[in-house]
Design a protein around this ligand. Structure first.
Ligand SMILES: NC(=O)c1ccc[n+]([C@@H]2O[C@H](COP(=O)([O-])OP(=O)(O)OC[C@H]3O[C@@H](n4cnc5c(N)ncnc54)[C@H](OP(=O)(O)O)[C@@H]3O)[C@@H](O)[C@H]2O)c1
Length: 280
């Protein structure tokens, strides 16, 4: 393991925290960087960029959705001699009709991918589909706790990927040879409908969770009724729409390509999240 530090942006988030923990367990010097991290880093404050980048062997880049800042950051990383880049992008970035409306992440990931490819540094792009951890650490958690997943996902399925697998792939790309120039699309081993997700979480937790399909307009109206700004509610509906339109059900081989093993199943995720008290 290199003596030089590895910079983990978004190091307090769902993927970054797992990556930092794995790197530390291997004895690496890790810079956990974010607005609240040990190393203060704010995408919106360029004065915070150089000190986190100074002298690092590798960088895990979690971009800021809705911003187009990855290119100047990557250029700065190259200028300061960073060794290699691993970028978190998203599945669907190159799929026509995947993104609808003004969903925040689309332009961010298109910019980010081209920026790392142009960087002149060794790079790896990781494109996960929907994280399983959205149900335990992300924007679906409150709905699970309330017992009802009220979403405009229709009967669509998504091949949810476990953030533990994302972390394993990213750590391999940060620390091993053989991943430069690769774009890994990551999914779990099967696609689940929201009804199946609710059943898995119910079985793992012993609490009753059910899926209530809403039409997109009904969903937006419901959120607005709860005080959401209409634009944010529409964007949330747009982000979920690929599931409803069947565009998130396909399986991706990136976990096997990068690690030579199968991806973790949603059942295993749900059990371990329940055991860890994620929904207590
Ligand atoms: N969730 C999914 O299903 C999914 C699927 C595919 C791709 N993605 C992509 O994954 C990315 C998010 O990754 P994640 O889920 O691992 O992270 P996350 O759990 O959403 O956490 C976001 C991280 O970014 C940091 N952050 C937020 N605003 C920041 C700012 N202005 N400057 C610096 N750091 C900031 C946060 O820390 P502080 O609050 O301390 O700053 C936190 O560490 C997004 O680009 C998203 O498009 C997500």
């Amino acid at each position: 393991m290199t003596e030089q530090a590895i910079l983990v942006l978004g190091g307090t988030g769902k993927s970054g925290s797992r990556i930092a923990a794995r790197l530390r367990a291997r004895g690496a010097a890790v810079r956990v960087a974010s607005r609240s991290g040990e190393w203060r880093f704010d995408w919106n404050d360029r004065a915070t960029w150089d000190h986190v980048l100074d002298g690092v062997a590798a960088v895990y880049v979690v971009p800021l959705d809705g911003a187009v800042l990855t290119r100047p950051f990557v250029e700065r990383a190259a200028g300061l001699g960073a060794g290699r880049l691993v970028l978190l992008s998203g599945r669907g970035v190159d799929v026509p009709d995947y993104i609808v409306g003004d969903a925040d992440a689309g332009a961010t990931h298109v910019d980010g991918e081209s920026a790392v490819r142009d960087s002149g540094l060794p790079w790896t792009i990781v494109r996960p589909g929907w994280f399983a951890q959205n149900f335990s650490e992300g924007f679906f958690r409150e709905a699970v706790l309330a017992g009802e997943l009220r979403l405009p996902a229709g009967d669509g399925a998504a091949s949810f990927v476990d953030a533990e697998d994302i972390a394993d792939v990213v750590v391999a790309a940060l620390t091993e040879d053989g991943h430069a120039g690769r774009t890994y699309e990551l999914s779990g081993p099967r696609a689940l409908t929201m009804t199946e997700v609710a059943a898995e979480i119910s079985a793992a937790t012993g609490r009753t969770v059910r899926y209530v399909p809403l039409g997109p307009q009904e969903f937006v109206a419901e959120l607005v009724g709860q005080g959401w700004p209409e634009g944010d509610a529409k964007e949330y509906a747009d982000v979920v729409s690929p599931i409803r339109r069947g565009k998130d059900a396909y399986l991706s081989e990136g976990v096997r390509q990068a690690l030579g093993r199968d991806a973790r199943d949603f059942s295993a995720y749900a059990r371990s999240a329940a055991d860890a008290g994620a929904w207590d």
